[in-house]
Design a protein around this ligand. Sequence first.
Ligand SMILES: [Cu+2]
Length: 272
Amino acid sequence: MASRVGLIGTIGCLIVMVALLNGASAETYNVGGDMDWSEPPLGEISYRSWAARNAFEIGDVIVFKWNGTHNVAEVTKENYDSCTDTAIGTVQTANPTNFTLTSNATRYFICTISNHCERGQKVTIGIGSDFWSSASSLKYGALSAMAFKNFTTQVAKGSLQMSEDEMFVEVFGPEHHGRVRGYGDGVTPTELWGSSSSSIRDLQRQLKESEEKRKENDADLQRQLKESEEKRKESDAHLKILEAQVNRVESLLALVMKKLSPPELAQSESST
Ligand SMILES: [Cu+2]
């Protein structure tokens, strides 16, 4: 069990490097999907994983819409990281608010209401593969690793039942066709992962094989032990029979000796 949890952790670390881009062009995205623009229950990771599920391209439009009291401020990376309210341009209060992605630049948006940003109402919109070779992707990777660690810890504690595949979906969203992030344009997920996460399956298979081998060896040892135990019992029984026979012959011999009983013979018998 411990080694399996370790394996899941390792796979989790491998997975953080990989996500999928789809190749769509000029689309409109509702920021946060079903969450809309809100304080996400799971914190920052929610918008990170939402953004990771989408391959934004120049010309795409992102739409912020919300219930309750929120706003949208485009900020610098520094202010994004520290949740500082200083907006680039004006803080947008119109609901919904649209932004068109007009360049390759990574863009940062926060809600400046109360502590909403600190609670995770912030989103980074990166364009294409440039985003994934930038420092932001490293931070995203670290965050994803944390999410995986959370999951694996909970799985280990037994408070959560989740497969590696499910963890992947939870952090990156459902797989869809496209490119593998961090590997440029040439690599498809199938080439890297096989058609169905074959590297995970490979590791699982190896683990299972070595487990089976161990069991086989154990069974072999057990069998040998049992055999020698049976042999020992058998020879014990043989010895008992032999002893009984010897005893019988001895007592018979003694009886015969006594019956015959010539003094000389008895004498020589007792002297030997
Ligand atoms: Cu807000």
